[in-house]
Design a protein around this ligand. Structure first.
Ligand SMILES: [Zn+2]
Length: 431
């Protein structure tokens, strides 16, 4: 008996040590790493120079691939979406709510301007994302390829979601693909160390906790370049925001408390008693009386942002310019990329094409790119880096004899003692 008792005590002790051990990295990050990262980003922002615009379009910022409570795995409300967009400088949200049944009727949910934020409803099912940009009925029992044709022939937007998964990549109806998806990025590592980090730093340094998931999506980028060698596929960023990696509680109409856990699943319902009452505060705008949040719309919208160059902030103009590829993506929590430009100049020095355009080779004499923050520019031709700025610069050009093919730019920021990816543009095609 004595032996068992000591073994149990030993196991308990080991458990306590392991638990304490799991929190050490988070405490270290809180005291040293994250304050340093935060300071670096603040210092970098002070170096901001507003480039004069050479492009006749306005840059709007958008969150694409976002879920609201209309999806089974989210509880996000209009208030949550709009307030997060305003806090993170987002102009438009393109929703992708999962259908609840076989028939999807669009527009569903929110549409148009809400407190200045443009919202467009869309749908996502099995790696297939669409914004019909108008009235549509999608019958998910049909073949995917015929759904694709239907969406595109009515002027809608259609793209491959979750590019790490198998798709019918040769279907010519698809106009774009995710070149970065936050959810995809989280799949290659264990979430547990990050969860412990979130328990320590979730409120104060949520952006840095989420950045722990970041890896360059090299195979996806290579695949994107490869696809673009024979067809146009616009690249954009999906935050895949659900605001659902959280523990929350709210009152039910009968006065009991309902607990909602990961993926917006109900986990328990309980009576409010004197012993648990202290946990609950006044309900917030969405009714929550208890919140432990790992991901939020705000953190997602700042994590990765789509910058679309368009005539006006309207569904028609944003949709048209997304299709065209007048779009670059940037990790906004590292620095706001508004003002960045990538274009081609003709012999007379006039802008003849911008990112996403296709243009005859003889109409582009040089390529030019400018950034509001100093970074390391990389010029990529048909998937290969052909030129790189030596150090941190604001401007970058390529005057060498240009060839046919796709040219795109990546910009890296010098943070955390190394260059880390910040901006990815869509390619300009010279033919
Ligand atoms: Zn999704």
């Amino acid at each position: 008996m004595k032996g068992i008792k000591w073994a149990l005590l030993g196991l308990m002790g080991l458990g306590i040590i392991l638990l304490a051990w799991s929190f050490i990295p988070g405490v270290w990050h809180r005291l040293f790493t994250y304050p340093r990262y935060e300071k670096e980003v603040v210092e970098l922002a002070k170096l901001r120079r507003e480039p004069s615009s050479q492009i006749d379009l306005t840059t709007y910022q958008g969150a694409m691939h976002v879920h609201s409570y209309l999806s089974h795995d989210s509880r996000g409300t209009l208030v949550d979406l709009v307030s997060a967009a305003k806090k993170s400088g987002i102009d438009f949200i393109f929703l992708t709510d999962h259908p609840r049944g076989d028939i999807d009727t669009l527009p569903k949910g929110f549409r148009g301007f809400h407190d200045g934020i443009l919202i467009e409803p869309g749908t996502e099912k099995q790696g297939f994302c669409a914004w019909p940009l108008g009235a549509a009925i999608i019958d998910w029992r049909l073949q995917k390829d015929s759904i694709a044709k239907q969406v595109v022939s009515h002027g809608g937007l259609l793209y491959y979601a979750h590019s790490e998964e198998p798709h019918h990549w040769n279907n010519p109806d698809f106009q774009g693909m995710e070149i970065y998806n936050f959810h995809t990025d989280t799949k290659d590592q264990s979430p547990f160390p990050i969860l412990f980090d979130a328990l320590v730093n979730g409120n104060k340094y949520r952006q840095w906790v989420l950045r722990q998931f970041f890896d360059s999506q090299t195979p996806i980028m290579q695949h994107w370049d490869e696809l673009n060698s024979h067809r146009k596929i616009v690249g954009f960023a999906a935050i895949d925001a659900h605001e659902n990696q959280n523990l929350r509680a709210r009152y039910l109409p009968d006065g009991r408390i309902q607990w909602v856990g990961n993926n917006a699943k109900n986990i328990d319902t309980m009576e409010v008693k004197f012993w648990n009452k202290w946990l609950f505060s006044e309900p917030d705008q969405s009714g929550w009386v208890f919140k432990f949040l790992v991901d939020t719309y705000e953190s997602g919208f700042k994590y990765i942002t789509n910058y679309v160059m368009a005539d006006t902030l309207s569904t028609a103009s944003i949709g048209k310019n997304i299709k065209q590829g007048h779009l670059f993506i940037a990790f906004k929590s590292l620095g706001d990329a508004k003002g960045f430009q990538f274009y081609g100049l003709d012999k007379k020095g006039h802008v003849s094409a911008i990112l996403g355009d296709s243009i005859r080779l003889d109409q582009v004499k040089s390529l030019y790119s400018v950034s509001p923050l100093p970074g390391r520019f990389k010029l990529i031709h048909n998937g290969k880096v052909i030129k790189m700025s030596q150090e941190k610069v604001y401007e970058f050009s390529a005057n060498e004899s240009l060839e046919k093919g796709n040219y795109r730019i990546e910009v890296e920021l010098n943070l955390q003692g190394k260059f880390i990816p910040w901006i990815y543009t869509n390619p300009m095609v010279l033919f």
